[in-house]
Design a protein around this ligand. Sequence first.
Ligand code: SF4
Length: 250
Amino acid sequence: MAFETVIIYQGPSLIDGEEIVVMAQRGSRNRKTGAMLQTFILRVDVDPVTASREGKDFSICGSCPHRGQAHDGDKGQAKNRSCYVTLAHSPLTKYKCFKRGGYAAIEGHAALAAFGKGEMVRIGTYGDGAAVPSYIWESLCSEAKGWTAYTHQSGMESAASDPKLYMTSVESEVQAKEAWLKGERTFRVIADVSQVVKGREILCPASEEMGKRSTCETCGLCAGASLKAKSIAIVAHGTSKKAAKQLVAA
Ligand code: SF4
């Protein structure tokens, strides 16, 4: 499959004003999501591993608890980071290529709409889409097949966390219930299937527990309150499983 990556935004983060860049990639080998258009949100001035270690990923992840704890060592990512995204893979590769000038930028509604046309868009493959002005996503998704999006920034005034676009990411049943009262749909990482709230949540069909019967590309349930559907729960998985389980069980 041919991959094609372009820059769709470079400018201030809506979270803290630092300069960020968004790269969109058509074509993907991701087994959970399927062949979705992937989007990577990164700091411009520092590689994603260092940004994690120094806490500078706040610009693109905001208050997400999966960032872990920054430290002043000289190698590696933040301590106890429980995010499922492996920074040394696609985010770092994308950052290096961006710094070498390897990607062209596209601008304006028509160009973004054409790039997203017919695709399933994954808003924030790495990074939180709410750090980016919403008109970027609106244009990219305007002729797309659909999208998935998750945010940890609901309640942060400067961020663009429209609940119609985003699933509200939560780590506890209490947080989920608060979000439901506001009409939001949630995406909740749980430690065990017994924690699913019956009638309000379903297990992600791409999860191991559900037999990986779907991919995000074909499912598309994580499209915020634009869909009238139940909220989603998923048992902690991936390389950071242990840390994520500790976080949601706390
Ligand atoms: S519920 Fe559907 S869209 Fe959401 S993570 Fe699972 S497979 Fe992807």
